[in-house]
Design a protein around this ligand. Structure first.
Ligand code: NAD
Length: 497
């Protein structure tokens, strides 16, 4: 009998007898390795109840003690990151080195969470009126919900729960049902770090679990990361239910290569950002806008580098692993038929790659499509696989126009040696995260992460200062200590004296 991955509620596994379960594959072997329990609304109720029960004591735990738990968690995560990387590789498929990279970017946010006492200090104004002081406190919001996608099973939960917990909230996390083990592993590690039971709960499942969280009156906020249609739905539903929401959506990230760019640097960057994690990154570069006069040379450099990439089992030191499911692999491969119909030219076809791994894995090799028309679905859709499109443009203006016309606005990059062009680009482009000669401009933890347009719904981005704001609510206190000169009745609106 296959193992069933269970929920984690109140510091213990739950849901072993779930009526509904889903498959968890090993994508490099193409086999179902486990099942995962799917929560019903009653399971979500139990998790929210555990979180609500733990909230008063956790909120009232001193900052110093909360900080100590985060420090210990940081140490344990550092020590055991190899174990977590193996879990990521076995359920997601990404190569071990990339899994380690994902964990290290998550660790950054844990380290930021340790700075919670500094980051959530209030403000104080003395004597705003005679004998009256005003000051602000930042307090936790309560029970918070986090819903995460399959492509970063550790990093995305780590974008949110360390800040939420450090600031005194309690959490119900609903990770992707496709690779759910990392979330439970992290929750167990938090327990080992000294987190009281019930502060961090994990429920698995599908829309049923998500809807129960969105509708639960006790849940005060939702942090979501996933595709744009679902992000839109989450934002609309959770805000209609009175919750604060940060919903990060899908992407189509462009890289503009100007004629004066260092073409070797740009080609390295396009290959790294296009094919890392098999293109299953929200900050992957999926469309290169190459200025015509250097496009032939650029495409040749990219193709040459691609010929050196190896695809295979993530445990074997390959560059690229499999895709998450067979259906997704087939969908990605289908875009090559679309490319042919739409008049693009397939320079490197990854449909039948040489693989260092089991032939049944969900394999798709690196693929390069040139002269892609912007009307083609190959350009328009978020393919989320190892397919790099090249769109040829006449110059900066046309390139910028294409990027700004895209409904997505997550990340973008410009490659140039012209500081003036780069400066114009950072000012004019309608995208939330911009790289200048940097292809995947994921901000470090003490800046905030989030896109614009259809890549983001809400106003508080993830982590950084905006993350601390999101997980706390400000209270303003106006205080006066008894002074006989302020006695007497006055029904007028308070004015300064
Ligand atoms: P997804 O939208 O399919 O799923 C995300 C989460 O929503 C999962 O937990 C899933 O169980 C849940 N979900 C799925 N369908 C639902 C429904 N109908 N109702 C309610 N909940 C539902 O996304 P995915 O395929 O897991 O992840 C890939 C997507 O995430 C890509 O679009 C990628 O760009 C995006 N992503 C964005 C960022 C970002 O920071 N903007 C980061 C990582 C991934």
């Amino acid at each position: 009998m296959t193992d069933t991955i269970q929920h984690w509620i109140g510091g213990a596994p739950a849901g072993g007898d779930a009526a509904r379960t889903g498959p968890v594959y090993n994508p490099a072997l193409g086999v179902e390795q486990k099942r995962v329990a799917f929560a019903e609304a009653s399971d979500v109720d139990a998790a929210v109840e555990a979180a609500a029960g733990a909230f008063p004591a956790w909120r009232d735990t001193s900052m110093a003690k909360r900080q100590q738990v985060m420090f210990r968690f940081r140490e344990l995560l550092n020590e055991r990151s190899g174990e977590l990387a193996e879990i990521l590789t076995s359920e997601h498929g990404k190569v071990l080195g990339d899994a380690q990279g994902e964990i290290s970017r998550g660790l950054e946010v844990v380290e930021l969470a340790c700075a919670m006492p500094f980051a959530t200090k209030g403000e104080y104004s003395e004597n705003v009126s005679t004998g009256v002081d005003v000051y602000t406190l930042r307090q936790p919001v309560g029970v918070v919900g986090i819903i995460s996608p399959f492509n970063f099973p550790a990093m995305v939960p780590l974008w949110f729960f360390p800040l939420a917990i450090a600031t005194g909230n309690t959490v119900v996390l609903k990770p992707s049902e496709k690779d759910p083990s990392a979330a439970v592993w992290l929750a167990r590690l938090m327990q080992e770090a000294g987190l009281p039971d019930g502060v961090l709960n994990v429920v698995h499942g599908d829309k049923v679990a998500v809807d129960a969280l969105l509708e639960h009156p006790t849940v005060r906020s939702i942090s979501f990361v996933g595709s744009t249609p679902i992000a839109r739905y989450i934002y609309a539903t959770a805000t209609a239910n009175g919750k604060r929401v940060q919903a990060l959506g899908g992407a189509k990230n462009h890289m503009l290569v100007l004629p004066d760019a260092d073409l070797d640097l740009a080609a390295d960057a396009a290959v790294n950002a296009g094919f890392g994690s098999a293109g299953e990154r929200c900050m992957a570069i999926s469309a290169v806008l190459a200025v015509e006069q250097v496009a032939d040379e650029f495409v040749a450099k990219v193709a040459e580098r691609m010929s050196r990439l190896t695809t295979g089992d993530g445990r074997r030191g390959c560059d690229m692993g499999p895709l998450i499911t067979r259906e997704h692999r087939d969908k990605v491969a289908g875009y090559l038929d679309v490319a042919a119909t739409d008049g693009a030219s397939v320079v490197v076809d990854g449909r039948d790659p040489q693989v260092d791994g089991d032939p049944n894995g969900f394999w798709m090799g690196p693929t390069l499509v040139d002269r892609v028309p912007t009307s083609s679905a190959v350009y328009r859709d978020e393919i989320f696989g190892p397919v790099l499109s090249v769109v040829r443009v006449s110059g900066y203006e046309e390139g910028l126009g294409i990027i700004n016309a895209s409904p997505y606005g997550n990340g973008t990059a410009i490659f140039t040696n012209d500081g003036g062009a780069a400066r114009r680009f950072q000012r004019e482009v309608t995208v939330g995260m911009v790289g200048i000669n940097v292809p995947i401009p994921v901000p470090v933890a003490y800046h905030s992460f989030g896109g614009w347009k259809d890549s983001f719904f809400g106003d508080a981005k993830a982590y950084g200062a905006r993350g601390f704001d999101f997980f706390t609510q400000e209270k303003a206190i106006t205080s006066r200590w008894l002074d006989p000169s302020h006695g007497g009745i006055n029904l007028g609106f308070p004015q300064h004296e």
